[in-house]
Ligand binder design. Structure first.
Ligand code: BG6
Length: 462
């Protein structure tokens, strides 16, 4: 069966259509899905923007790649699914008109069940207004036959208090199962593989605990800087940008107790929440300072035009899970911009009876996706010398025509299929802010701990 037939007709409303996430990630991914014929046959995308948008200019500006005439033809057809509306998110009247347009489109679909998806790629300060206006105009519970959901981009909140407030504001109009909080790292194939690997390789299952593992390191280094997003980044920094969401989620996948069924979404959510809510809290600033590092790349202040900026472009935190399986094992999460190379990986060090022995498992999340296992073996020869060797599984070598799939394709398809497994729940959001709040409090009053590092550096301790 053509998978596009499995998905109900869809109306996708994009708030912030000209913003960087929509233009760089969402729409190119929609185009990929369209070319692969994975989108429903009946689909309309409504782009909302304060400014008038010209369809051709907009689509041409996206630089969507087509490799032959057939793909160029797809692009022409793809354009026909868009419609643009000038829109003021603070004006509830605009939401009523939007509701009329949606009902009209749905009538033309002549469908009994239609997906109505609101993609919110908007600054956190207008988030509550948009959610409220969706509620006041009835778009949270539209006409019969329309199933409404919101897809929300990070950051979800700015700290613990604001995240709680956003959750409360959203709860007034949307039920938890209508809210899809995107964490595109969860949607990466290599991240999903962590659970599959753990479930289907019993060799590691019995060793997956503090008896056999001595430390875990999760790294997300990027060679790019902040790419012109000065205003956004100055208010966010590396801790909120990468650690609050992506790295804590990778940690949860690595350490959570596996539910019986990997397809049971509630059980997966609960297992992630269970880990995230069991991170030991730092008891005072002294403990925080011993376990966190912040840095800033050398050209950052000039780039953002703020000679006094204390915003971190590098952050590293060491935490511990307080349960019987992981107690005592340091888990370090580090991320940085303008580093020597792009590298996201999870490195698990197993304890060995000999000091010099290395037994390490690495999930290479990206690039060069795969898994390494470092083993200590005897060197060939008459002596008993050891050497560390690597066994390497590489997606490229093992799977013909392997092409890393853009994670937003998975995000969109899962939202259309109403599968929220790879999205963060409100409990997980609160957990992650709970973990980070003491660090943010400490940084807001400390001055001398920011390390300035050269652009192109290697990772900074521990
Ligand atoms: C985003 C961050 O969530 O993830 C960006 O806001 C970062 O700052 C990006 O560059 C990295 O994503 P990926 O998929 O390229 O590793």
């Amino acid at each position: 069966m053509n998978p596009s037939n499995e998905i109900d007709p869809t109306i996708l409303v994009i708030f912030g259509i000209s913003g960087s996430l929509a233009t760089k990630k969402l729409i190119p991914s929609l185009f990929q899905l369209y070319k692969k014929q994975l989108l429903p046959e009946k689909i309309v995308i409504i782009g909302l923007s304060r400014q008038k948008i010209d369809l051709n200019q907009f689509v041409n500006g996206l630089n969507l790649q087509t490799k032959d005439n057939i793909e160029a033809e797809y692009l022409n057809k793809f354009k026909t699914i868009f419609t643009f509306i000038d829109f003021e998110p603070s004006n509830v009247e605009d939401f009523h008109s939007l509701s009329n347009s949606i009902n009209q489109i749905n009538q033309n679909f002549q469908s009994k069940n239609t997906n109505l998806l609101f993609y919110l790629s908007i600054p956190p300060n207008i988030f509550s207004t948009v959610v409220k206006n969706l509620g006041l105009s009835g778009l949270n519970k539209p006409d019969k036959g329309l199933e409404s959901k919101i897809l929300v981009e990070k950051p979800f909140g700015y700290d613990l208090i604001s995240a709680k407030k956003l959750i409360e504001d959203t709860k007034m109009y949307f039920k938890e199962d209508q809210i899809y909080r995107i964490d595109h790292y969860l949607a990466k194939d290599t991240a999903q593989n962590i659970l599959t690997f753990r479930r289907f390789n019993p060799l590691f299952q019995t060793a997956w605990n503090n008896q056999h593992i001595k430390k875990i390191k999760i790294l997300a280094l990027e060679s790019i800087g902040i790419e012109g997003r000065a205003k956004f980044y100055e208010s966010i920094g590396a801790l909120r940008d990468l650690i609050q969401s992506h790295l804590l989620q990778l940690m949860a996948l690595t350490t959570m107790t596996l539910p019986k069924e990997l397809s049971n979404k509630d059980a997966i959510h609960l297992a992630r929440h269970d880990i995230l809510s069991n991170i030991k809290s730092f008891k005072d600033y002294d403990e925080v300072s011993k376990n966190v590092i912040r840095g800033q790349y050398a050209s950052y202040r000039e780039e953002v035009g703020n000679p006094n900026s204390m915003t971190e472009t590098y952050a590293s935190i060491t935490i511990e899970i307080e349960n019987s399986i992981w107690k005592g094992i340091p888990i370090t999460l580090s991320t940085g911009k303008a580093m020597k190379e792009k590298r996201t990986e999870i490195v698990i060090d197993f304890s060995a009876s000999h000091e010099e022995a290395v037994n390490q498992l690495t999930f290479r999340i990206q690039p060069n996706e795969g898994i390494d296992i470092c083993l200590t073996v005897k060197q060939p020869g008459l002596d008993r010398k050891t050497e560390v060797v690597t066994m390497d599984f590489s997606y490229k070598q093992s799977f013909d025509n392997y092409n890393i799939q853009e994670s937003y394709e998975k995000v969109i398809i899962d939202a259309l299929r109403e599968d929220n497994t790879l999205f963060a729940t409100s409990d997980e959001i609160i957990d992650t802010w709970n973990i980070l709040q003491p660090i943010m409090d400490y940084w807001s009053q400390s001055q001398n701990d920011l390390i300035i590092y050269a652009n192109g550096s290697e990772e900074i301790g521990p």
